[in-house]
Design a protein around this ligand. Sequence first.
Ligand code: MSP
Length: 510
Amino acid sequence: MERIYLTTPLYYVNAEPHLGHTYTTVIADTLKRYYLSQGVEAYLLTGTDEHGDKIAQAARENGTEPKLYADRISAIFRSTWDSCGISYDHFIRTTDSYHVEVVQRILTKIYEAGDIYFGEYGGTYCFGCERFYTEKELIEGKCPDHLKEPTYIREKNYFFRMGKYQQQLVDHIRSNPEFIRPERYRSEVLAFLREPLEDLCISRPKSRLQWGIPLPFDSEYVTYVWFDALINYVSGLQLRGEDFFRAFWPKANHLVAKDILKPHGIFWPTMLMAAGLPLYERLNVHGYWIMDSGKMSKSLGNVVRPLEMKERYGMDAFRYFLLREMVFGQDATFSLESFVTRINADLANNLGNLVSRVLAMQQRYFEGIVQPLGASRAEEDQQLREAFVRAEADLESHMEKLHFHRALEAIWGAVDSTNRYIVQTGPFVLFKEPEKRPRVGEILHHLLEALRVTACLLSPFLPDTAEKIKSFLNISTSVSARHPVWGGCFPPGHTVRKPIVLFPRIETEA
Ligand code: MSP
């Protein structure tokens, strides 16, 4: 049995779910549904990252304790993904006791092996990023992310001998071209590794920060939040037992945005090497969603919230835009205007109209009863069938490369062919001649079959829409795209339902 293990980043609980978090979570869900439809056993992990300065500070600002604060925001993430229909298998929190145990076990192992040592370090530290910055990394003396001057601090801490694994990591990346993808991020990591890799400070003294996992070998210190959080990918699987871990871990595919390339592409694999664990299979890195109105922020009032999008336009419309508009690996722009244009053109007009047109004809001409196919081998019928065979093959090769936008284009190519088929065959004209009615029945049968396969191909991307189409067709939702016989799905006398509007046109105030 083939397997895949998909992960999202563990989101910090200092912000509520927005467009960016939703994108990564939606692609993870789409991949999981896609692999399941291919007969692959898929496991999807998501959750929240709850320790560290950032969270302690956010809790203080909210006048509460870090754990209570984390409980509240973590629950919001979880219920948001539930409402959005995300098919995660497990939701992990870095404050979960089994996770804490695994972190401490790995720390002990690496410490006992001599790859963690005690030392003194002075440097410029950004509290927002929770890390030290070298002079070279600062822009005009400021942290490039927070645009604030970092603070100089000097303290004794524990360090992980990350530098020791530099060559091993370079060799692995060189001999596994798909380890980090797309290529631009792989090159970025390799470029970074051309300079000597420094050791990583993995502790914070309790005098400065208490909100973290205590180091098992020194109770005066807590674990650096990244060293803790990355281990979730292991603890979230080990929770299901050692056999489960062994089965899925080699197929681990992390999904992250470019902001956290370095911890995932450098810290994490070297930590795994030191812990004596095999490396993940792939790190899949996407770009950033940029708001056309500027950086997404509460103060600008342009934060896109998944539940608001779902309520206003439906989750599938939101999913469609996210998957269709971003080229995996590159940045994309979000604007309500482009959202409305896309949804109206592709979903309301193209797909929506096709579905209602076909079902309306079936009602009007045959009271919903599907007519026999007969032995006709009309050229147009063959072409329609081939359009779907092609779409399915194209979809597979695009999904292999995480080209979600192309996969959707492939499906819409088949939808276009179906619309063309209606124009070419002209059932509404033929129906006027009584002796041509059996052919009209046949054409509609082909069209219903096209809708059936469309629904099957769409289901990982737009699961609710796929179900709706299948229910209009009055067929089981488990029917797969690979039905061996084109048309064999509707037995004699099968009746399809009347359509209801799939995607209402979004009207905007002019
Ligand atoms: N807690 C760390 C991750 C630890 S993983 C072991 C973290 N959390 S975060 O809440 O800041 O989430 C960052 C991730 O959220 C990005 O890598 C991406 O998946 C998603 N996004 C947040 N904003 C985004 C955009 N504007 N655009 C696209 N995705 C972004 O980093």
